[in-house]
Ligand binder design. Structure first.
Ligand code: SAM
Length: 281
């Protein structure tokens, strides 16, 4: 008998992976969490039926959500990850020796524990001495922070359920306040392709553009996310992601990346016309 996991990417599009086994199933106060083992993508973290992380393509997401900001400001010392309970974003950040403090604020301890138990490589740096994990709502956590972080990464689920407030203008305002004058915010900014995702992408981008003097979007190719064409937002108080790109300071790091390199850094900000149109004010 064949077992398949199917994600309904839109009302008319489904994406299926053939399953070897169902490794973990749990329900928290916030969401339903599953980990499945698949033939093509290895283990896959699924939240409320949506693919979050697969062992095979997570390097693309986690390199692109972290390395771009570090390429622009290699002196980042304090970083905050909001969401990101699988640990992949933290893992990439720990590779930068200049980062002194990494705070991860994840609302759901079940995601973190399941990732520690079943996604060993993705979660492998959650015990790094520079990392502190707070089990809290990121929206609340950020409220009283001021001028502290050089980098905030919003590694969130889609804007439904607990992740909804992480796409609000009030939250982006609080992030602005929590950042230093050198501050950069990178956020999971959905996809420009299918209308449902594109609507959220445009809304998030417009809100951030009202708050940060520099607001850009950059793209990456994610085989297991709907359409494969996804964006991160890059917002900053001071640094332009291209004009202030330093080249890459940590040469040895660059040799260890599987996706990110200097040309990708620059090229990722070159967006197709249909996306530019969506991002027009
Ligand atoms: N790579 C992923 C993606 O875009 O599909 C993101 C994965 S990560 C697992 C997203 C995490 O954000 C989840 O573990 C979820 O619990 C967490 N999250 C959602 N809302 C949150 C909130 N308000 N505060 C903190 N964490 C939140």
């Amino acid at each position: 008998m064949e077992l398949w996991f199917t994600e309904n990417q839109t009302e008319n599009v489904k994406f299926s992976m053939k399953v070897k086994g169902h490794v973990f199933s749990g329900k928290s106060d916030f969401q339903k969490i599953d980990i499945i083992d698949t033939y093509e993508f290895g283990r896959v973290l699924v939240i409320d039926g949506w693919t979050m992380v697969t062992e095979k393509d997570e390097f693309i997401y986690h390199e692109m959500i972290t390395h771009v900001a570090l390429g622009v400001n290699p002196n980042i010392k304090r970083a905050l990850v909001i969401g990101g309970g699988d640990g992949g974003t933290v893992r990439e950040l720990t590779g930068f020796p200049t980062i002194e403090e990494i705070h991860m604020v994840e609302i759901d301890p079940v995601v973190v524990q399941a990732s520690k138990d079943y996604l060993s490589y993705t979660s492998c740096k959650l015990n790094d001495p520079r990392v502190t994990v707070y089990y809290e709502d990121g929206i609340k956590y950020i409220k009283d922070k001021e001028n502290y972080y050089d980098l905030i990464i919003v590694d969130s689920t889609d804007p439904i359920g607990p992740g909804e407030g992480l796409f609000s203008e009030a939250f982006y305002n609080d992030c602005y306040k929590a950042l230093t004058e050198e501050g950069i915010m990178v956020n999971q900014c959905e996809s420009p392709y299918y209308p449902n995702n594109a609507r959220e992408m445009k809304r998030a981008y417009n809100k951030i553009g009202k708050i940060f003097p520099i607001c850009k979007a950059y793209q990456y190719n994610m085989p297991t996310y709907a359409s494969g064409h996804w964006l991160f937002g890059f917002a900053s108080k001071k640094y332009d992601p291209i004009n202030d790109f330093k080249g890459f300071k940590f040469k040895e790091k660059l040799e260890n990346t599987k996706y990110y390199n200097e040309e990708i850094h620059k090229g990722a900000f070159a967006l197709p016309n249909y996306v530019l149109k969506q991002l027009e004010k």
